[in-house]
Design a protein around this ligand. Structure first.
Ligand code: IPE
Ligand code: IPE
Ligand code: MG
Length: 260
């Protein structure tokens, strides 16, 4: 099946190649409506579907969704079980939509921690979509940035011990190769919903120069109009990477005499 045509909105500025989202606020969304927290997670799945499809159609290169953190295992067993079941059902139900939109599924995290049935459904969807050439949808599952870095350093140390890695050659790029998914570029934009101002152990290495956008909207209410708000905000950002831009770079008001 061929993917839907790309329909990128013109927001008057740059468009992010890789968007990463900390999907937060499912529980609050449900509580505000007198519902159970798990009902918030079910509603959140509709946002996952809509945002994935919208991003794929807009020609986003990669979309990383923080779906379950390494720390989320500390939640009540009932909630964890429900989330794992949702993951399994989502993997089966969404295959058709992922194929229609040419999306490739990948996962990052300590995936061996997942229940076998969820992992099996996930691997099957990864395999089915591996040949697609559209957007990469990366789900971060049982993911923690510190454990990603620690796991990578452990493998590096082993390679150094085995003589296949020269410690003197280690630099930022070679360290990247030991992270979970080195082929995916760094996120340009990190969106966090539900108004929390923290990264919660998400892509600490990769998001070093990402633009951060926080909204008070809870994840189940984050749909295409809210995505467009985030993209509009990104289009207006000036990314400097520590350097200077435009007229500041060519500051003729400062003479050599002033700086001598
Ligand atoms: C995000 O919503 C989903 C997961 C972390 C799995 P929360 O469940 O964290 O919702 P709040 O933050 O309690 O409202
Ligand atoms: C971050 O949300 C993890 C996910 C969105 C999967 P949390 O709700 O777990 O984060 P904290 O506990 O508020 O930092
Ligand atoms: Mg939360």
């Amino acid at each position: 099946m061929s993917p839907e045509p790309i329909d990128r909105p013109d927001l008057g500025g740059p468009f992010p190649e890789h968007i990463a989202v900390i999907m937060d606020g499912n529980g609050r969304w449900a509580r505000e409506r007198g519902m159970l927290r798990i009902q918030g997670h079910t509603a959140g799945v509709d946002s996952v579907r809509q945002i994935t499809t919208a991003c794929a159609r807009m020609g986003v290169g990669s979309l990383t969704l923080y779906a379950f953190s390494a720390e989320n295992w500390a939640r009540p067993p009932r909630e964890v079980k429900y989330l794992m079941r949702l993951l399994r059902v989502f993997m089966r139900q969404e295959r058709k939509t992922l194929m229609k939109n040419g999306v490739r599924l990948r996962c990052i995290g300590r995936l061996d921690d997942l229940p076998p049935a969820s992992l099996k459904a996930l691997r099957a969807t990864e395999e089915l979509t591996a040949g697609n050439d559209g957007m990469v949808l990366r789900l971060a599952l049982s993911y923690g940035s510190r454990s990603e870095i620690a796991d990578g350093i452990q493998r590096m140390a082993q390679d150094a011990k085995d003589g296949t890695l020269d410690p003197a050659s280690i630099d930022e790029e070679s360290l990247r190769a030991y992270l979970y998914d080195p082929e995916t570029p760094d996120p340009d934009l990190v969106i966090r919903t539900a108004d929390e101002l923290r990264l919660s152990n998400f892509l600490l290495w990769q998001a070093s120069y990402a633009e951060i956008y926080v909204t008070d909207v809870c994840w189940p209410d984050f749909r295409e109009p809210q995505l467009l708000d985030a993209l509009r905000a990104y289009a207006g950002r000036r990314r400097k990477y520590g350097a200077l831009l435009g007229e500041d770079q060519d500051d003729t008001s400062t003479s050599d005499r002033d700086t001598a």
